[in-house]
Design a protein around this ligand. Structure first.
Ligand code: IFM
Length: 436
């Protein structure tokens, strides 16, 4: 195992956890309604290795073993997602009821995300109605679990769900709408605001969202590169954070959104108790080059008003993502500077990397570097309250299938055998040291 200097001490009460999502681990596909991801993965050529998540980590049947892994790791909290298609099936909430009971019994705080991309098949984020249906589903979940769950997350990464799923067609539902996908972003944000109201009506008082953010670095000082980078920053960061934190869309975007946007922004900007940031890597962006560009294996079309450039001189993960821990400090201080007292306390709701192997010194180095970068953000005055590693288990990595392994625990998908990696032991030791 890689040995490192002790990580600096985080404040008492800092929340340490790990994350997963329903579609990526649960399996038990026959005990729920289909989602857009089931439809998408049934189409040949959509997933790199041709796999589906019909079984995945078989977590519904093996959750007892997985809760034991969480307890053994010593985390304070476990972020998982509730599958809307499972809740729609008869008895679907029973599984989450048992899971929450088991987590509480093991001393691990349950932190459910209410939507992590597995939209029930037949629903469509281009329709406003989907936001209202989401709020009704959230009321049902808080009514059933709210006596034991105190910390809630509305949505996971609406930016990626919009961009990859609806603008570029790389994720479910496979739509290639480019900028016509903007209503999908608006309706998810509206769904978030309505969900906050539904959760509050159900008694919840510790509510956040998990948005992906990262610095955008211009490829050069050339004004064309700077302008392209600003636009990328708008799409990745401001399009989702401004309406939530400031109650407005950036730079005239509201004219492109559907419905009574001013009234919707009142709902979207319902105050949050904390703001979740999923951080993986920064992006280097330049002016369009008239050709497709590669973004961590994703083909970015030539028509976009920017092109993604390589960040050289850095190690990369198996996914090809550059490892840049200091960009985590940068994104946090930039958010504090941009949003000031409109930014509630922050929780890192995902951070992690894909590497092969049970002996995984690269993952330890990645996590170690990022936890230290997080501490530097704290020292710089950013109010950070928690850190969740993505992910507890190797799992179904969307269009990459089972080819990308993000887990602290290795899963042999043929036998479902779980094997804690060296990084699991490293994280357990980090938590022990933080509490000693
Ligand atoms: O696996 C995903 C997760 O579902 C959302 N955030 C990024 C992770 C790694 O790609």
């Amino acid at each position: 195992m890689v040995t490192t200097n002790p990580v600096p001490r985080f404040p008492d009460g800092f929340l340490w956890g790990v994350s997963t999502s329903a579609h990526q681990i649960e399996g038990a596909v026959d005990e729920r309604e289909p989602s857009v991801w089931d439809v998408f993965t049934a189409e040949p050529g959509r997933v790199r290795d041709g796999s589906t998540a019909a079984v995945a980590c078989d977590h519904v049947r093996r959750h007892g073993e997985d809760v034991a892994l969480l307890a053994g790791l010593g985390v304070d909290a476990y972020r998982f997602s509730v599958s809307w298609p499972r809740v729609r099936a008869r008895g679907g909430l029973d599984f989450y009821d048992r899971l929450v009971d088991d987590l509480c019994a093991a001393g691990v705080r349950p932190v459910p995300t209410l939507f992590h991309w597995d939209l029930p098949a037949g629903l469509d984020w281009r329709e406003r109605d989907t936001a209202e249906r989401f709020a009704a589903y959230v009321s049902e979940v808080v009514g059933r679990l709210g006596d034991r769950v105190t910390k809630w997350i509305t949505l996971n990464e609406p930016a990626e769900h919009t961009l990859l799923g609806h603008a570029l067609g790389i994720h479910a539902p496979g739509l290639k709408l480019l900028f016509d996908a903007l209503p999908v972003a608006h309706h998810q944000l509206l769904a978030h605001g309505l969900a906050v109201r539904a959760l509050r009506a159900g008694g919840a008082d510790d509510i956040g969202i998990a948005n992906s953010h990262g610095p955008t670095w211009p490829a050069s000082e050339d004004p064309a590169d700077v302008e392209a980078a600003d636009f990328h920053d708008l799409l990745l960061n401001r399009l989702f954070a401004d309406p939530l934190l400031l109650g407005r869309y950036p730079d005239g975007i509201d004219a492109l959104m559907p419905g009574d946007v001013a009234a919707d922004l009142q709902v979207i900007s319902e105050p949050l108790d904390w703001y979740g940031i999923n951080y993986y890597a920064p992006t280097r962006v330049g002016a369009p080059q008239g050709t497709e560009t590669d973004f961590g294996g994703i083909r970015m079309p030539a028509e976009l008003p920017f092109s993604v450039r390589e960040i050289s001189g850095r190690p990369v993960t198996d996914f090809g993502w550059p490892v840049v821990p200091e960009a985590l400090t940068e994104v946090l201080t930039a958010f504090r500077d941009r949003y000031g007292d409109r930014l509630p306390p922050v929780v890192i709701t995902e951070n992690g990397c894909s590497y092969e192997g049970v002996d995984d010194p690269e993952r330890i180095a990645y996590l170690d570097g990022h936890v230290r970068a997080l501490h530097r953000a704290l020292e710089a005055g950013v109010d950070v309250r928690g850190y969740f590693v993505w992910s507890l288990l190797d799992n179904f990595e969307w269009a990459e299938g089972f080819a990308r392994r993000f887990g602290l625990v290795h899963v042999d998908f043929a036998t479902q055998r779980r094997t804690p990696k060296a990084s699991y032991a490293w994280f357990r030791e980090l938590l022990r040291e933080q509490r000693s």
